[in-house]
Design a protein around this ligand. Structure first.
Ligand SMILES: [Zn+2]
Length: 103
């Protein structure tokens, strides 16, 4: 004879499923970041010197010069800190994201 699961057991198993999905999502996010794929978690950086971040058609984050979008110059802006600050890899100017997306 099968026993009905108690509400407490159902909640626990649902929590386990959600936790498992969340952990898998974090693993996938980490792999994507390692492969240079931009996850749309913030706005793109740009500097007055003409360097700006761009996204390729396959989702990779690159840095190019204004007017030459899609042409990777091989430099990368450091990931902005918690206050949204980063430094331009071309001229060294400190930059700040206009808007910070919080998870
Ligand atoms: Zn610059």
């Amino acid at each position: 004879m099968l026993k009905k699961k108690s509400a407490k057991n159902k909640n626990q198993s649902m929590r386990d499923i959600v936790k498992s999905i969340g952990n898998r999502f974090l693993e996938i996010q980490k792999i994507a970041e390692q492969r240079g794929i931009f996850l749309n978690h913030r706005e793109l950086l740009e500097c007055r010197c003409g360097l700006e971040e761009d996204i390729t058609t396959d989702g990779k984050l690159i840095v190019c010069r204004k007017g030459a979008e899609g042409m990777d110059v091989g430099l990368r802006f450091p990931e902005p800190d918690k206050r949204g600050k980063s430094r331009c890899p071309g001229c060294g100017r400190m930059l700040k994201l206009r808007r910070i997306n919080t998870p």
